[in-house]
Design a protein around this ligand. Sequence first.
Ligand SMILES: Cc1cc2nc3c(=O)[nH]c(=O)nc-3n(C[C@H](O)[C@H](O)[C@H](O)COP(=O)(O)O)c2cc1C
Length: 307
Amino acid sequence: MGKASLQAWMGSDLTVLSTVAVALLMMLFVIVKFGLRSSRSSRSSRSRPKPDYRHRPAPRRARKKSSHLFQADRFFEEPEERRLDDDQDDDDDEDFDDFLPDPESTLELIRHRRTISAKDCNGRTVAEDEIRMLLEAANWAPTHGQTEPWRFVVIQGPGSITDYLVYLDRWYRDRADQLPESTMQKFQKKLGSCLDTWVDKVSHLLVIVMKRQAKPDKLMPEWEEMCAVAMAVQNLHLMATSLGLAVFWSSHTWCQDARESSDFKAYLGFAPEDKVMGCLTIGRYDRSKTFRGSRTPMFNKVALRAD
Ligand SMILES: Cc1cc2nc3c(=O)[nH]c(=O)nc-3n(C[C@H](O)[C@H](O)[C@H](O)COP(=O)(O)O)c2cc1C
């Protein structure tokens, strides 16, 4: 294309200048608009805390399916088998020695662990991280045959705690004509006192269950499995002492008929042969309060046969 025809096509010099100016303005607009947007987004992603996916809630569909049940993935994202064994390198052993509390501190922790009842709780929430610590401590209980029979149904928050009590109430009402009048009265009285005195004071309930055959190929004596669960509870209780939380083990005698029933076990997600061993109430309490414990001397409970 010749110069003359180019000029003819573009028109006068003035037209060329205005075309260049418009093009420059458009480029400037694009740079300002997209440049600002990207700097704004990088600034906001810097100031926003990173989401912690380990604690993400269970998917909505899974939660809906069995809303009364403990959804483990709300607490533990991926089930992993954790081992502390001889394969660990020596460095770990050294760390462990540094980390061990001295015998006096250990005894103090054990002696200062107290049962603190639900009515002494102050209504403040226990964090999920703390509940995870309690459960992790429980999980390191001794277990004959590695059956690990301890199970906990975590009931979190006032709505779910009320639902649990409402379920028990319905259980008894539905069977009122089969149960002795005295049983009904005893249950109603205790339920009333739960609702009046502590339902809005505790943060969590942990229903304790012994899974009768936790390993399909190993059936241990029932008493051993119950002992293993009790040891898990003791671990949990000691961790609660360390965290400054109130724990109370109720054996659920007041709702014993329900506790032993297959319906109740199914409601919790368990089989008829499994055993519900009561329930822990967990909450916060006013740390200025003191709770006394007492024990008769140990030497009355020990027989010694020695050389
Ligand atoms: C298996 C078991 C079941 C318990 N059940 C109840 C219960 O139903 N009601 C109750 O008041 N305390 C119950 N307790 C808690 C005891 O009352 C408490 O351990 C005892 O008073 C000693 O207090 P301490 O734990 O502060 O040392 C239970 C304890 C255990 C080990």
